[in-house]
Design a protein around this ligand. Structure first.
Ligand code: FAD
Length: 249
């Protein structure tokens, strides 16, 4: 039986019709976690506990937890999560897990972060900590969404650009809209056409890069097989590689 911690919603921020972020304060101490990890979030629905994993967006030293999600209309949990109000109760798993963390990455010069949609969450947590800025010469964040109104947390990303000029390269990608400052394509095509590397001025190669990907499994699978041809392979503790992933769906 899972042990659940009692949490209270302190904020439900609606970014657009389908995108929300919840901040949660726990009655007891929050689970210790490393930036990039996830916890299970649950609600009691119809007498049953319905739980799903969610990456934490907050930094590990934040007093409150934050998760970012989209409504899956046919899903049991997300339509209910979206309706939560300040003061409502939510259950949080007592342990955080996941390998999408900086500690796991071998020494290299460039860190590439590829997110689709809500997959941006764990990267924001990572970028709020000092560790990646101390370790990597350059960090690229490629954030793929369908349309501009799905580009959540833009203020936070703009702040990072101001704090780390030269070291941080932010590349928004819109798949269903043309934007002057964005690449109008999917991440796999931006790699195969060379437009992503042209935009960042560095090369995505096995020599000096590590890539973390989060979100849609189709994007992750496509990019992984594209990069195989460049000698980049999945990173495992026992067999160090260049690619770390977290598939949401
Ligand atoms: C390790 C891990 C971390 C995750 N972290 C996050 C997170 O931070 N934010 C987040 O939004 N989701 C995250 N997810 C997905 C999340 O756990 C739920 O599956 C999702 O929120 C839908 O929940 P649901 O109960 O409404 O529907 P579910 O019963 O979980 O799913 C219903 C259907 O929708 C598909 N689906 C799941 N997620 C999505 C999605 N985002 N868009 C479209 N279809 C989807 C499922 O594959 C399934 O076919 C994570 C998943 C994993 C495995």
């Amino acid at each position: 039986m899972a042990n659940w911690l009692q949490g209270e919603i302190t904020q439900n921020k609606q970014w657009n019709q389908r995108l929300f972020s919840l901040r949660v304060r726990l009655q007891t101490q929050a689970p210790k976690f490393k930036a990039g990890q996830f916890v299970r979030i649950a609600l009691e629905i119809g007498g049953e506990i319905v739980a799903r994993p969610y990456s934490l967006v907050n930094a590990p030293d934040d007093d409150e937890l934050e998760v970012y999600f989209n409504i899956v209309p046919e899903g049991p949990l997300t339509p209910q999560l979206a309706q939560l109000q300040t003061g409502d109760s939510v259950l949080v798993g007592e342990k955080a897990s996941g390998f999408l963390v900086i500690d796991e990455i071998p020494e290299c010069k460039y860190l590439w972060l590829f997110a689709t949609g809500t997959g941006i969450g764990p990267f924001l947590s990572i970028l709020k900590t000092a560790q990646p800025w101390q370790r990597f010469e350059k960090i690229v964040l490629a954030y793929s969404v369908r349309t501009r109104d799905e580009l959540a947390y833009l203020d936070l990303i703009r702040n990072l650009q101001t704090q780390h000029p030269g070291q941080f390269s932010f590349v928004p990608l819109f798949t269903r809209e043309v934007g002057a400052d964005a690449l109008s394509t999917r991440i796999p095509e931006a790699i195969s056409s060379g437009s992503l590397e042209a935009r960042t001025g560095i090369t995505l190669s096995a020599d000096d890069s590590h890539l973390m990907m989060c979100g849609n499994s189709e994007m992750i699978t496509e990019v992984s097989s594209l990069l195989e041809t460049r000698g980049m392979r999945r990173h495992r503790r026992r067999e160090p590689g260049h690619i770390t992933t977290e598939k949401y769906h």
